[in-house]
Design a protein around this ligand. Structure first.
Ligand code: FAD
Length: 462
């Protein structure tokens, strides 16, 4: 991309709302639990990270837009290095779709730039308000995991800056061990300053969509098998129902439309959830009623439509700050993957345990992961079934339930996702991720997180 065009493109980058105000003194994760005081220090393109780090005591952690649910992006009484203002586009090749940008750029900003030029993200999570650096550090996955693998597979190179001033150019062929430790490395190996991402070509904003109602895990598995060639698949599952409606849901699948259409950028979101809802608003009854309505919103067993990519990939982004719906106490998310040999049995057992607990999950997402290997040492996905559940926090019930579910996940040979976690014990984490000891060897000695200290028993940074 010539410099003049880069400057023009830069002007059009919109700033995200939500947790993203780098000048703000407070920083919450998306679940708003736990809440910790920390000093927030914004970086921009001219910042000299090692010089900034030299003046800081009590540990530091680079952070993006705080869209992780728990404490991987928190450091109690430490220093958070906020990256969203470090968001310049550096280079773009319209022939190959290779885009290089500073790591604080958000996926929303990349889409604003790339879609009008006929390109899309290779992998995207359920919100576009995450940074490039955050996407690499959690090696995020999307609805196309079964064909595209994780985000890190599409990152061809990045620059890692350590607090001692060492600058490492990392790629599959250069500083390979740091490349692998940093992808899914939870921000602990250093600051990712910039990265190159391989985008994919599109000719339309539209998605050829099909929604299919299913009843029970076997129908879900049959649909998964039949949709292997379809790029995007994900299911909503009703986890409050028992009896004949147990594990009913909607299987949603889609491909980028191949019919050429105008590629304009997305409009800015206008709706904001205005206040913290009272703690009782989301309970078993209200969620069960919502689930019944949601299941039947699709009047027929199959529904075919052309959808814009925004509601298909980012239905929740329509309302900024939707996490306030869970009240001031916040929410906990639980996401496991269980390998194929136990995936059916494990998923049925966990869904039954959740239904029995009387704690209702508002957003329950079921998906099959594929077998494309992740480049990251500590990446979460592996071939099998993943289920993500959101729960309002009820301290006397949520934490005991989470511990039971983590035990069951371990028993079935699965593991939990650190990006979504605020509750797993050190014993669970170390059993899920024996690679953590290798990651510890690549950790920058000044960098740590509340998550890391909680699950490794590392000395507190203070
Ligand atoms: C509504 C919603 C839907 C989601 N859907 C999905 C999904 O489908 N799939 C999925 O995988 N995840 C999903 N997530 C989780 C989210 O994608 C990840 O937690 C992501 O990493 C958040 O990015 P962030 O920029 O907000 O980073 P933060 O949450 O601020 O930080 C995440 C990690 O990245 C590190 N980090 C951030 N920037 C840098 C940097 N420049 N250098 C080094 N380390 C850095 C931090 O230290 C931290 O460990 C979802 C989250 C929400 C709120």
């Amino acid at each position: 991309m010539p410099p003049a065009e880069a400057q023009e493109a830069q002007k059009s980058l919109r700033y995200d709302s939500g947790n993203s105000n780098p000048a703000s003194a407070s920083f919450e994760s998306w679940g708003r639990y736990p809440t910790y005081a920390a000093k927030v220090i914004p970086l921009h393109w001219q910042s000299d990270f090692p010089a900034v780090a030299r003046d800081l005591h009590n540990g530091i952690l680079p952070v993006g837009l705080g869209r992780s649910y728990g404490d991987v992006c928190l450091l109690k009484d430490g220093n958070l290095i906020a990256t969203p203002a470090m968001n310049r586009l550096i280079a773009f090749d319209p022939e190959t779709g290779l885009l290089t940008a500073e790591a604080g750029i958000s996926l929303a900003q990349i889409l604003d730039f790339a879609v009008p030029r006929g390109f899309f993200l290779p992998v995207t999570p359920g919100t576009k308000y995450v940074t490039l650096g955050g996407a690499i550090a959690n090696d995020i996955h999307g609805k196309n995991h079964h064909v595209a693998g994780t985000f890190g597979r599409h990152v061809t190179q990045f620059e890692l800056v350590r607090t001692d001033g060492t600058v490492l150019h990392c790629s599959p062929s250069e500083n390979r061990e740091f490349y692998s430790a940093t992808i899914g490395g939870l921000g602990l190996t250093g600051l990712i300053r910039w990265a190159t991402l391989q985008l994919k070509p599109i000719v339309s904003r539209l998605i050829d969509y099909e929604g299919i109602q299913f009843h029970g895990i076997d129908e879900f598995l049959a649909l998964t098998e039949a949709s292997k060639e379809i790029e995007y698949t994900v299911s909503w599952v009703d986890c409050t129902s028992t009896g004949k409606n147990f594990c009913r849901g909607i299987f949603m699948q889609g491909d980028h439309s191949t019919k050429r259409a105008e590629l304009k950028p997305s409009p800015e979101p206008k709706l904001v959830f205005p206040f913290d809802a009272p703690g009782f608003a989301l309970n078993h009854l209200s969620v069960a009623a919502f689930n019944t309505l949601y299941f039947h919103k699709q009047m027929s067993k199959r529904q075919v439509a052309l959808h814009d990519y925004e509601p298909f990939f980012y239905p929740l982004d329509k309302v900024l700050h939707w996490n306030r719906m869970y009240g001031k106490r916040g929410l906990l998310q639980f996401q496991y993957v269980i390998p194929w040999n136990n995936a059916r049995e494990g998923t049925v057992a966990i869904l039954k345990e959740v239904a029995k607990s009387g704690l209702a999950s508002f957003l329950a997402v079921l998906k099959a992961f594929g077998d494309a290997p992740s480049p990251g040492l500590m990446s979460f996905p592996k071939p099998g079934i993943t289920l993500a559940l959101d729960f309002p926090i009820k301290p006397d019930k949520s934490f005991p339930l989470f511990e039971r579910l983590a035990d069951m996940t371990l028993e079935f040979g699965g593991r939990l996702y650190p990006a979504k976690d605020a509750a797993m014990t050190a014993l669970h984490f170390q059993a899920f991720y024996p690679e953590w000891k290798q990651l510890a060897r690549f950790r920058d000695p000044m960098i740590t997180s509340s998550f890391w200290e909680r699950v490794t028993g590392d000395q507190p940074h203070l």
